[in-house]
Design a protein around this ligand. Structure first.
Ligand SMILES: Nc1ncnc2c1ncn2[C@@H]1O[C@H](COP(=O)(O)OP(=O)(O)O)[C@@H](O)[C@H]1O
Ligand SMILES: [Mg+2]
Length: 255
């Protein structure tokens, strides 16, 4: 069981952004992905989730080749993500935004014409209760009916993570979820990520804060200019010479 990129290569114009990149995300494991700006981390997320189509390589989900499946199909199959710049309907209430997570994965089976109105209502009530729990967990707002757009950028990131978790994914891909998030909210985020892994979700996490990601990750991968230069235990990866030079600007960081 895993979400895997196999020998992925992609170029935009003449610029090779990913060169023969392979990564595997395992259930219950937090994999941290680090690399300087422009390394290709977001592009790798895009290839895994169907936002971008690599020129070479294969994406597999629990053994199934999903390379040509579009984003929505991959979400239905259990691959959920957040974006580096949150993509949310700012006019929707916080509650509706989280509920969207449930619907994104379950709509066809649970809300089809075959489901009777009373059971649909019951289901909606259950989902609302779950959404309210997530809102509490992430301390998003005291008022679930508040407009999403009224939240700070940090809270919007947490909202997007809550929505992704609401879809009950098998694999959760988080693109810099802690950027612009204060320390208190970052601790909530770390807890939620650990809880997700505890629920056997496979997590792929991009993060610039090396201390945060090294502490949180079970496994770490470092990319520089479209190539994987190191992979292994966080402790070793943050000390890798190429990683230190390229990513950490030559300063060693304790982890
Ligand atoms: N759609 C695109 N068209 C052209 N260039 C792109 C596109 N997406 C990403 N790039 C380029 O690919 C490189 C890697 O970008 P990205 O994957 O966003 O890196 P990271 O997330 O590691 O900062 C950058 O040089 C970026 O400008
Ligand atoms: Mg990026």
């Amino acid at each position: 069981m895993s979400l895997e990129a196999h020998n992925i290569s992609i170029a935009f114009g003449g610029l090779k952004v990913l060169k023969d990149v392979s990564v595997a995300v395992q259930p219950g494991v937090i994999t941290g992905l680090v690399g300087p700006n422009g390394a290709g981390k977001t592009t790798l997320f895009n290839c895994l989730t169907g936002v971008a189509q690599p020129q070479q390589g294969v994406v597999r989900l629990d053994g199934e080749d999903i390379s040509v499946y579009p984003l929505y199909r991959r979400i239905q199959l259990g691959v959920s993500r957040t974006f580096q710049t949150p993509r949310l309907d700012l006019d929707a209430s916080v509650l509706d935004a989280v509920m969207m997570g449930f619907y994104s994965r379950n709509k066809p089976s649970l809300f089809g014409a075959a489901v009777s109105l009373p059971s649909r209502r019951r289901l909606e009530r259950q989902l609302r209760a779950q959404a309210e729990r997530l809102i509490l967990q992430f301390e998003l707002t005291a008022d679930p009916y508040q407009r999403s757009g009224a939240l700070s950028l940090g809270r919007l990131r947490l909202l997007e993570v809550a929505r992704a978790i609401a879809s009950s994914p098998k694999y959760l891909l988080l693109d810099e979820p802690a950027a612009g998030v204060d320390e208190h909210d970052r601790a909530l985020l770390a807890k939620a990520i650990r809880r997700a892994a505890g629920d056997e979700i496979g997590v792929l996490l991009v993060e610039h804060n090396v201390g945060f990601i090294a502490e949180l990750s079970d496994h770490m991968v470092a990319m520089v200019r479209g190539e994987i230069v190191a992979a292994g235990k966080p402790h070793d990866v943050v000390r890798d010479e190429q990683v230190v030079t390229a990513y950490l600007g030559g300063h060693r960081v304790a982890a």
